[in-house]
Design a protein around this ligand. Sequence first.
Ligand SMILES: NC(=O)c1ccc[n+]([C@@H]2O[C@H](COP(=O)([O-])OP(=O)(O)OC[C@H]3O[C@@H](n4cnc5c(N)ncnc54)[C@H](O)[C@@H]3O)[C@@H](O)[C@H]2O)c1
Length: 339
Amino acid sequence: MTVLVTGGAGFIGSNFIFYELEKHPEDRIVCLDKLTYAGNLSTLKAVLEKPNFRFVKEDICHREAVYQLFEEEKPDMVVHFAAESHVDRSIENPGVFLETNIMGTAVLMDACRKYGIKRYHQVSTDEVYGDLPLDRPDLLFTEETPLHTSSPYSSSKAGADLLVMAYHRTFGLPVTISRCSNNYGPYQFPEKLIPLMIANCLADKPLPVYGEGKNVRDWLYVEDHCKAIDLIIRKGKEGEIYNIGGHNEMANIDIVKLILKELGKPESLITYVTDRKGHDMRYAIDPAKIHRELGWLPETMFAEGIKKTIQWYLDNKEWWETIISGEYQNYYREMYGNR
Ligand SMILES: NC(=O)c1ccc[n+]([C@@H]2O[C@H](COP(=O)([O-])OP(=O)(O)OC[C@H]3O[C@@H](n4cnc5c(N)ncnc54)[C@H](O)[C@@H]3O)[C@@H](O)[C@H]2O)c1
């Protein structure tokens, strides 16, 4: 079977490629990635030479090139990770989010219709459900929770989800969607909370925390997300949405303090900065459906996962130190410099 993975040079996509090549060595993986600031070919170094792996640098919005690739590879499945994924950037520049996350998804699905496909899988996010109040720990997002987005990022992801379901209903495209909570683990771009805090801690730089740091997220180790997607594409039912989450809610400030403790650094490094516009308070996923129907459960608990992640960033400094340079420095100054 040939699996086309978009966005495979990014955080979750690369982890998914490693997982698939290990778990299903009989399959061929084709990775399509534009290599935006968030994509890094060096991440895929270990698999680039494998005979059952191919990397193609291309934009998912580029219709002719996408069709050409489908013509060449005739993929049996598409697992669509490629996206603009950072909420802060979507507040600065919404346009590229609409282009990649919505139009790019449409191009891929048009290619699937034209060339035929066994399964198209859309990797979505819990952010499409909006947020929950902090004082109602009994409330969780289920697959039936109405879409209620806050940021241009989550709106573009919700728009893509609606389009995916429309292609299923209108054209009979065999689709599935997964909506996952916050991921952490190896190869996450250092603009996201956990790697940013680890990198700053190691450099004894201030740790910028939005507002009072009370915002709560449900954290899942990236490999558990990859395992869930692997199950959905092979055993999940067409036309279904599956929530994926770790039942591991933590306030941002507690994560930051935990990282400081693990790295033996003082809490005085914490610097509170002006909150993000429209910042969601709490996300919490109910993963009962995927557990009930596909037998999925998270395997890496947070206490173990965060230790593994910190160790990975300690062992792979070269990977992220190269990234924290040049253009990223300018972006960092713009985001946190005047807050
Ligand atoms: N990170 C999380 O916690 C999380 C949680 C739930 C869902 N998701 C979703 O999972 C997916 C992957 O997230 P991530 O954190 O790995 O993102 P990422 O930003 O690390 O990687 C995105 C990848 O997509 C590529 N890309 C971007 N625009 C492209 C385009 N136009 N054409 C081709 N490639 C393009 C980038 O080069 C990069 O390699 C996204 O769809 C995101 O919405 C992420």
